[in-house]
Write a protein that binds this ligand. Structure first.
Ligand code: IDP
Length: 134
């Protein structure tokens, strides 16, 4: 069932490269309202918890290191059909496969440093939002 909220993070590479404004601008231009917003530095432990679902994947250790390498921006976004529409807006995980007009096409550097996170289900949007904005 579609709900009206999703959760996003602007990842360390995009924050480091001064793309917070550009990315939030694309998000607002696509019709999302920013409900909560926070810039925060994750410890490796916190990054590991956030991505625990991926802990058996070969890239997990690198991902934890990357996500704790600098500040991130976490946000809760609101819009009709938020989860699915936001996944469309961010584009494919690997920017080589991301479509024109997507955030990852414009800002992602690699399959790992891919500029933004977007929740993949309503359930995860709720869990991930509470991880930052309990
Ligand atoms: P998603 O962020 O598009 O939902 P997931 O498969 O959930 O993609 O992966 C979570 C994050 O892990 C990705 O956004 C990316 O930063 C990283 N990642 C995914 N696949 C790889 C990979 O093959 N190599 C390195 N990092 C990866």
């Amino acid at each position: 069932m579609a709900t009206n909220r999703t959760f996003t993070m602007i990842k360390p590479d995009a924050v480091q490269d001064n793309h917070i404004g550009g990315i939030l601008g694309m998000i607002e231009a696509a019709g999302f309202r920013i409900v909560e917003l926070q810039k925060v530095q994750l410890t490796p432990e916190r990054a590991g918890q956030f991505y625990e679902v991926h802990k058996e994947r070969p890239f997990y250790q690198d991902l934890v290191k990357y996500m704790s390498s600098g500040p991130i921006v976490a946000a809760i976004l609101e819009k009709d059909n938020a989860v699915a529409d936001f996944r469309t807006l961010i584009g494919a995980t690997n920017p080589a496969n991301a479509e024109d007009g997507t955030i990852r096409k414009k800002y992602a550097k690699s399959i790992e440093a891919n500029a933004v996170h977007g929740s993949d289900s309503d359930e995860n949007a709720q869990i991930e939002g509470e991880f930052y904005f309990a």
